[in-house]
Each structure stands twice: as C-alpha cells, then as structure tokens.
Write a protein of this length. Structure first.
Length: 565
C-alpha cells in the first residue's frame, strides 16, 4: 500500500522535502554502514562505522547540518503523509544527535564497538552474488583491527555488566570467521586467498580485544543507570510520545495491580476452584510441568507453533498473512545474552530475489553451555510449551514477522518509514498479537480449558510487559536495587529466578527499550479499537493498522484519519 497524494499541497515544496529526506538518509547510511546493510542498502557493505572520538564528532556535525536543512523547508505546504515522514526523520536526527553528544555510549559501552553484527549481516542471508558479499566481508574484516584499536582508545570507565556481555558476544563472534565464512567461500572459492589473511588478522584482533576487556573487568565499576534526566531524554526519543517517566510509572503500576487481580481470577478458572493465595504460582508450575521443553526440542517446538498459528490466522481471516518464508533458527552466539528470541526480517530496502522475498528468521536461544543444571531447569520452567506458543505469536505470526512483512509491502514516497521503524509500534503490535490470539484461540480444536490456559499465560506475559516498563524507569531514574527488582519479578510477576536474573541484566544493558512493549501495546490497542468502532473500517481494522509501514503510533492516528494525539 502507498500513501495517497493530496493534490491540494504544493508540488515544489513536496519535491524539496523528498529530495532533502533522501539525501539525509543517504548520509546516515554512509555513516552507519552496518545498519544500512541490515536495511538492505548495500552501497557500504565493505565498511565499518567510525566510532572514534573524531568520527563521532563528524557524525554529530552531519546530524546538525541535516536538522538545519529540514528546518529550512516550507513544511506547512506538505500534505499530512509527508509531514509525518518529516517529523519521524526530525525526531530520529535529534535523538541521534543527543545520543552522540550527550549520552556518548561510544565512550563507555563496549558493546557498540563489537564487529559481530557487521560480520553476521553479511553471512546470515544467501546473497545473489556470493563473490560480491565476500569482497564486502573482506573489507569489513580488514577494518576490524583498526576499529577495535580505536575502541580501546575511546572507551573509558565501563559498567561491569556491559563488559561481561561484550566478552561473551565477542567470543561468540569468533566462530563466524570460521565455518560460517567457509560456507560462503564454497560458492566463490577463488576468493579464499583474499579472505584468509584478513580473517586471520580479524580473529587475532578480536582475541586481543577480548583479553583487553578481561583485564579491565575488575575495575569496571561505572553505574549502568542513566540517571533521571538522561533517561527521560532517551525515553522521549525512543517512544516519540508525550509520556514522561513519572507518567509511565503511574500508568504501569496502576495496571500492575489490575492485572494481578485478573491473573488470580484466571488461575482459579484453570484450577476449577475458588481463588486463594499462592494459587497463581501453583497453577503456573503445573502448566510448566505439563509442557516440558529442553535444548533439543525448543527450536522444533517453536517451528510447530508457528506453522499452526499461520494456518489458523489464515483460516479465520484475522489479518492478511503475506506469503513470505519464515525460518525458525537457533540464535547465533554473537547475538545471545539479551533476549531469548527475536525476529530478524529481511531489510525493508532489500529487493526481492528471483524466488520472492528473502526469509524472515525467528531466532530462538537455547541455554548456554556454561549454565548449571538448576539454571537450565529454571529457564525451561519459564519457557515451557505453553509460553513458547505465546513467543511464537509475538515473534512470528501474527506478531513481528507478519507485521514486518506488511511493512515491506508499504510503498512510501521516501525511504523514511522503511528505514526508521518505531519500536513502540513494532513491539506494541506483537504484544497486541498475543492478546488477540488469546481471544480467538490457537486452533478450531481448542476447548474452553485450552482458552483458559492461553488467557492465563497471556496475562503472565502482560505482567512481564508491565514490569518491564516499571524496571526501566525505576532502575535508570530511581536507583532500584537488584533485590527490589528480583522481588518484583519473582513475586508479583511470577517469573522464574533465572528469567528474573536475565531481565535484571537486560534492564542494565538497555534503557527505554523495555518500555516499548507496554507503551506500544496500549497505543496500538487504542488504534485498533478506534477502527473497530467505525462500521466502515471494523472488518479491516488489522490490515489498516499495518498498512502504513511501522510509524510511531501517534503519527498512525494522522495517517488513518483518526486525528492527532
């Protein structure tokens, strides 16, 4: 789908905006080549970003110039769709500028300097021209020693949790230089002589960087919390909505109390008895025991749930299911340590191949080999078969994979909405998808008892989403301690200890991202309900919600004619 052109607006002003927006995006892609590759723009595949102090300074000046160029445009003469793209672009530029100059993660976060994603993005998908991809890989590998040396010159005091995670992810990147690179070389063996020396040098540089990080681990005592003002700024740029940290906290803590009552009632329905204290935990433990999972079964189980969900959603006409391939894969080691699963779609700018669109990867992480038996058991009590069904709904269908396939079908007038996703919209739709599937069931064979179990599990996931937002605000703006966080997650969120430990790490490693689930869910649900109330759109409400790319929800109100928020 594409935006409708409003003939009442000025053609010259429109052309100036679109040309300016395209030039600015081109400059962003050049400065952030790994991101460009992920999006499907391959003009800079052979380069790494310059995250040295001087390189980041150049980037900040480019962002400032881009904002000046946007401010010089006659924006009042643009139609609503172009004004939406303008505001999306302006907000992203301002956010990037604030991050580069104020937050400056390149000076304290070792994760931003790691080359794992730069390598993985070139190896993960089968290219039309293996030789071209290998030459680009050689360029990036050639740049790794200098890039990591610049990281060591730039990084100062670092948080311990970031250093620990960086060490693990850097170790996970090393195998990419072995068998994964060899797999691509089988398709262009003449390039081995060019690749072998640079991958050896890159591996040596990465090994040396790991040793450097290990040496600094004992003294890594920077607080990972952003603090109130910095967190408020990052929350604004991430959510792109009028939601202050205090307002978010008030909403989330109020909803937490309401959902605690709902989950107690749901547990009583599953148990078939009157509600009583401790019943929620008992019923959830029983469900976990009834649907066991382990490292051998987690990937095929998710694949089965995906197949079932896709067939059911199509059969009941819940939302259009694009004909795109979705592969369930084991998460690469270089990307582990933050989330248990993710959706990795083809880039929004990636052209279709001769056989159609490239596959979307639904990646699932088994337990690390270093975990104890008790921690592994805790993990799979949390991610039992009932919960993994919800994970498949969230990450694949009708969640991320379906929504992002719709977004690939959106034909914008500029690449703005293709390049600049809204996290709250993307995560909000996926959370809404979980809620939707709990309402319609997972198949025609579902019984009332099956529906009751799905609703109970859905409410547990909703509790997690709410608690994510509370953690986000309280950790970064209010100094929440690990003990307080663990109590909140295990007692009120009914999470396993292993899950809570992982989420505590994630709350420190990220900021504002954990709030996107809860805020986005509220905003997407509000949009769908508004469309359902209109007889002209009620039977198309889900397709319409997904028809304009992945814009911030407040802008989707405008695009759908629901009014501004």
């Amino acid at each position: 789908m594409s935006d409708r052109q409003d003939p009442a607006h000025d053609a010259a002003a429109t052309e100036r905006f679109r040309a300016t927006a395209t030039r600015i995006l081109d400059a962003l892609f050049e400065a952030r080549p790994v991101w460009a590759t992920e999006l499907g723009d391959h003009r800079h595949d052979g380069r790494l970003p310059d995250l040295s102090s001087s390189g980041v300074g150049d980037y900040a000046r480019m962002l400032s110039d881009a904002l000046v160029a946007l401010d010089a445009l006659d924006t009042d003469r643009l139609d609503p769709a172009d004004q939406v793209d303008l505001e999306i672009l302006r907000t992203r530029l301002a956010g990037e500028q604030w991050e580069a100059t104020e937050l400056a993660p390149h000076t304290w976060d070792p994760l931003v300097h790691l080359p794992g994603d730069a390598i993985y993005t070139l190896l993960a998908r089968d290219p039309a021209d293996a030789g071209e991809r290998l030459r680009a890989l050689a360029g990036r590998l050639r740049a790794i020693p200098e890039s990591l040396a610049a990281a060591r010159d730039t990084l100062g005091l670092m948080p311990r949790v970031h250093v620990e995670t960086a060490i693990a992810q850097a170790r996970g990147a090393l195998p990419l230089l072995g068998a994964e690179t060899d797999r691509l070389l089988e398709r262009a063996p003449s390039l081995r002589a060019e690749l072998d020396p640079v991958r050896t040098a890159a591996a040596d540089a990465l090994t040396g960087h790991i040793a450097w990080l290990e040496d600094r681990l004992p003294g890594s005592d920077r607080d990972p919390r952003l603090g109130g003002p910095a967190f408020a700024a990052r929350l604004w740029y991430t959510l792109d909505t009028e939601m202050t940290p205090d307002k978010l906290l008030t909403h989330a803590e109020s909803d937490l109390m309401a959902v605690e009552e709902q989950i107690a009632e749901a547990a009583a329905r599953v148990a078939g008895t009157a509600a009583d204290p401790g019943q929620v935990r008992e019923v959830l433990d029983g469900l976990a025991a009834s649907a066991p999972v382990d490292d051998r079964t987690i990937v095929p189980l998710c694949a089965g749930e995906l197949a079932g969900a896709m067939e059911w959603v199509r059969s009941i006409g819940l939302v259009t299911v694009p004909d795109v391939p979705i592969d369930v894969v084991e998460m690469p080691e270089s990307r582990r340590g933050v989330a248990v699963a993710y959706c990795d779609p083809p880039g929004m700018l990636e052209p279709d191949g001769p056989d159609g669109p490239p596959p979307t990867f639904f990646a699932v992480s088994p337990t690390p080999a270093s975990w104890s038996a008790d921690r592994v058991a805790s993990f799979y009590r949390e991610y039992n078969g009932h919960v993994l069904r919800g994970v498949a709904f969230h990450e694949a269908v009708p969640g991320h994979a379906l929504q992002l396939a719709h977004a690939r079908g959106y034909q914008g007038r500029t690449p703005v909405r293709a390049a600049l996703w809204s996290g709250p919209f993307v995560e909000g739709w996926a959370c809404y998808a979980e809620e939707l599937m709990a309402e319609v069931g997972a198949s025609a064979a579902d019984t009332g008892a099956d529906r009751a179990i799905m609703e109970l599990v859905r409410l547990k996931m909703y509790l997690r989403s709410i608690i994510n937002a509370i953690l986000d605000v309280r950790v970064h703006a209010h100094g929440m301690t690990e003990g307080e966080a663990m109590e909140l997650m295990t007692r009120r969120g009914h999470q396993e200890e292993g899950e809570a430990v992982g989420k505590w790490r994630r709350a420190q490693l990220t900021s504002a991202q954990l709030s996107t689930y809860y805020v986005g869910h509220r905003e997407v649900r509000e949009i769908v309900k508004a469309l359902e109330r209109d007889p002209a759109t009620e039977d198309r409400c889900h397709d319409l919600t997904l028809a304009y790319g992945s814009p911030p929800p407040r802008h989707l109100h405008t695009l759908l004619g629901l009014g501004e928020r």
